[in-house]
Design a protein around this ligand. Structure first.
Ligand code: PEP
Length: 252
């Protein structure tokens, strides 16, 4: 049985004071509640260290939104996996569609980051997903297969156990348009089938595959009850403690 995992990607939102407030509200909201999900927050880098201190002793875990694949060196503005680990990050989001499109990250670059994160003990939340054009022109499966095969190239079966896959159709991110539970399930099953081919049935069955794209308290229940949907990567709705909790509590 896979446990539901809900992660909040804050993106470039919340300064330090606002981050402290949001985490305090979230802690208050989650207090004394039965939570059937793993909960991860991914605040901006400036708030990671403080966030780590604030979530200590709670069920909330910490992730970052990006990293570089090198150990260290002349990469102005970048952070390494070991730096993220040193401030308490257990997870890092990699391959988010905003990184792919706005920052031009290729499948090859994302693969280097995935391998480095795994080597340094930070678990990747590995994002994939098609654009509307790709879906409508019938190349969706081809695009997703390429993202999975190239993004996870040279990742071993043991390492796969540390990877969370996040299927995020680009047309559903921040648009208010959600894939229907059936549409999402179909792609999740396709991804799991691909992982079976690449690794093994046993390994693929253990992989958490989150859905992302305008997940809200009102649609989380139906999405999370699909067979191959094991959680959510949440953008907009994680910036408010009540609505993030509304998604978390949809985990049965
Ligand atoms: C995301 O950024 O990963 C995301 C899914 O955003 P939103 O929930 O706002 O669509």
């Amino acid at each position: 049985m896979r446990k539901i995992c809900v992660a909040g990607n804050w993106k470039m939102n919340k300064d330090l004071n606002e981050a402290v407030s949001l985490i305090s509200e979230l802690k208050k909201t989650l207090e004394n509640q039965t939570i059937n999900a793993d909960v991860i927050i991914c605040p901006p880098a400036i708030a990671l260290e403080t966030s780590k201190t604030l979530i200590e002793g709670t069920a909330i875990q910490l992730g970052a939104q990006n990293m570089h694949f090198a150990d260290s060196g002349a990469y102005t503005g970048e952070l390494s996996a070991s730096m993220l680990k040193s401030v308490g990050c257990k997870y890092v989001i990699l391959g988010h569609s905003e990184r792919r499109t706005i920052f031009g990250e290729s499948n090859e670059v994302i693969n280097k980051k995935v391998k480095k994160a795994l080597a340094d003990g930070v678990d990747p939340i590995f994002c994939i997903g098609e654009t509307l054009e790709e879906r409508e022109s019938g190349v969706m499966q081809k695009v997703i297969e390429e993202q999975v095969r190239k993004g996870l190239a040279e990742v071993t079966v043991e390492e796969l156990g540390k990877v969370i896959v996040a299927y995020e159709p680009v047309w559903a991110i921040g648009t208010g348009k959600t894939a229907s539970p059936e549409q999402a399930q179909e792609v999740h099953a396709f991804i799991r089938g691909l992982l079976k081919e690449m690794y093994s049935e046993e390994a693929a069955e253990k992989v958490i595959i989150q859905y992302g794209g305008s997940v809200k308290p009102g649609n989380a229940d139906k999405l999370l009850s699909q067979k191959d949907i094991d959680g959510a990567l949440v953008g907009g709705a994680c910036l408010d403690a009540e609505s993030f909790f509304g998604i978390i509590k949809a985990a049965k």
